[in-house]
Design a protein around this ligand. Structure first.
Ligand code: BEZ
Length: 397
C-alpha cells in the first residue's frame, strides 16, 4: 500500500514537477537541447592515400564557420572525428560509432566512394543527417537518395562526363582509360565512355589497378604498346602523384597526351613537379578561377593553415556554408528537421567554385571547367560544361 505523502513532501513534489514541466515546455518551445552545442562529426580519412584530402575538407569546413564566429545558428559547435582510413570494410562500424557513441547532429563524410556507401546505409537506418563533402558514389544521389542525405561535391558521373568532348575537340579519337578498380574509378570510366562515344571517340581499352595500389609499370607498358591518341584516367591524392610521375618516367609524357578528371592534379602539383605540365583535366574548381570569392577564400585559407586550398578544401568550405545557411533559417534548431532539410534543398551556395544549387536528388548543379597545368598551376582554359546536373538514375524523391 502506498504511504500518504506529508504536506512538505507534496509541496516539494509539486515544485519539482512544475519545474520539470516548465523546463520541458521551454525546451519544447525553443526546440529541445537548444542550449547545447551543435555536435558535428567528421568521418574522414586522416591516414592513407586520401589523408591529405580528409584534412583539407575539415580545414575548409572549420574556416567557413570560423569566418562566422565559429557558431551554427547562434549555437557553439563541438567537433568529433573518426579516421575512416578509406576502408570500406570498417565503414558501418565507424559510422555507428560516431552516430551512436558521439550522438552527433550531423555527420560530414567522406572521401572514398566505398566508405560512403556504408555511411549512407547507417544514415538511412538511423535517420541521421549526412553531408558528403567528396565521395562521388553515384548511388548516393541516385537509387539510394534520401531526404537526410546531401552532397556538396559531385557525383562520379559528373567530372568525366565533359572530358570526352574536350578530348575529341583536341583531335583525340582513340583513348585508353586507366584507373583504380573500385566504385569511383568504375563509375568515372563508365561516364567517360558515354560522353566520349557521344562526341565521336572510341575507348580502345579500360585498364584497372586494385585500390590503393600504385604499381603502374605493367599497365604503362601495355599503354605504350596500344599506342592510343590519348590516355584518360581517374586517380587522386598520393596515387595521383605516383601515376603522373611514373607516366613521365615511362617516356609517355610528350608522346601520348594525358587527360583526367581534375582530381589527378588537385593538391598534388608541387609533388608532381614537371611531370604534370600540360595535363588537361575537367573539374568543378580550379585555383586560378578569377572571381573575388575565390581570391578571398584562397587568401583566408592560406593565412589559416599555411597551405594552398584545393578542390577538397572548397568542398569542405561549402559544406560549412550550407549548414550555416540552413541553421540560420531555423534559428539554430536542429530538431526542426523538415525545415532544416527544406533550407538545405533551397540553398544557393556562393562558392569559390562559382554559384551552385542543389538538385532534387541533393547533388550540386554546377559548372565544370577545362584546366591545363601550366607552370605548376591548374589554369582554366574554358568552361567544359555549364550547370551540369547528375541524371540521378533511380532516385525516387
Ligand atoms: C571517391 O572515392 O569517390 C573519390 C575519391 C577521391 C577523389 C574523388 C572521388
Amino acid at each position: 500500500m502506498n504511504q500518504p505523502l506529508s504536506n512538505d513532501q507534496s509541496r516539494r513534489d509539486f515544485i519539482a514537477g512544475f519545474g520539470a514541466l516548465a523546463g520541458f515546455s521551454l525546451l519544447t518551445l525553443a526546440g529541445c537541447s537548444r542550449s547545447d552545442k551543435v555536435r558535428v562529426g567528421f568521418m574522414l580519412p586522416y591516414t592513407g592515400t586520401y589523408a591529405q584530402l580528409g584534412v583539407a575538407i575539415e580545414n575548409g569546413f572549420r574556416l567557413a564557420l570560423d569566418q562566422q564566429g565559429g557558431t551554427l545558428g547562434g549555437r557553439d559547435v563541438e567537433y568529433f572525428r573518426v579516421d575512416d582510413e578509406s576502408n570500406p570494410a570498417k565503414a558501418t562500424d565507424n559510422a555507428n560509432k560516431i552516430i551512436t557513441r558521439d550522438k552527433v547532429d550531423v555527420v560530414v563524410g567522406t572521401v572514398h566512394s566505398g566508405v560512403a556507401m556504408g555511411m549512407i546505409k547507417v544514415a538511412r537506418e538511423t535517420d541521421t543527417l549526412l553531408i558528403i563533402p567528396n565521395a562521388g558514389a553515384d548511388a548516393a544521389t541516385g537509387e539510394l537518395c534520401a531526404p537526410n542525405v546531401f552532397r556538396t561535391s559531385f557525383s562520379n558521373w559528373q567530372p568525366t562526363h565533359p572530358l570526352g568532348k574536350v578530348m575529341v575537340e583536341n583531335g583525340h579519337r582513340k583513348a585508353v582509360f586507366i584507373t583504380w578498380k573500385y566504385a569511383a574509378g568504375e563509375q568515372a570510366v563508365k561516364s567517360f565512355a558515354e560522353g566520349y562515344t557521344a562526341a565521336g571517340g572510341t575507348v580502345v581499352k579500360e585498364l584497372f589497378v586494385p585500390f590503393p595500389n600504385v604499381e603502374f609499370q605493367a599497365l604503362l607498358t601495355e599503354i605504350a604498346a596500344l599506342r592510343p591518341d590519348a590516355v584518360a584516367c581517374f586517380f587522386a591524392g598520393g596515387g595521383a602523384v605516383k601515376f603522373v610521375k611514373d607516366y613521365a618516367a615511362a617516356g609517355l609524357k610528350g608522346k601520348i597526351p594525358l587527360y583526367g578528371s581534375g582530381f589527378l592534379t588537385e593538391g598534388v602539383l608541387d609533388a608532381q613537379g614537371d611531370a604534370a605540365e600540360g595535363i588537361i583535366t575537367t573539374l568543378h574548381y580550379a585555383e586560378s578561377l578569377d572571381n573575388p570569392r575565390n581570391k578571398a577564400f584562397r587568401a583566408a585559407y592560406l593565412a589559416a593553415y599555411d597551405s594552398q586550398a584545393d578542390v577538397y578544401a572548397v568542398q569542405g568550405y561549402d559544406t560549412g556554408l550550407l549548414l550555416i545557411q540552413a541553421l540560420e533559417k531555423v534559428g539554430g534548431d536542429f530538431t526542426n528537421r523538415n525545415a532544416v532539410i527544406a533550407a538545405m534543398e533551397g540553398a544557393v551556395i556562393d562558392s569559390p567554385r562559382g554559384r551552385w544549387t542543389m538538385s532534387k536528388a541533393h547533388n550540386p548543379i554546377q559548372d565544370f571547367y577545362a584546366r591545363r597545368v601550366e607552370n605548376g598551376h591548374n589554369k582554366v582554359i574554358g568552361v567544359a560544361w555549364k550547370a551540369l546536373e547528375d541524371p540521378a538514375l533511380g532516385c525516387k524523391m
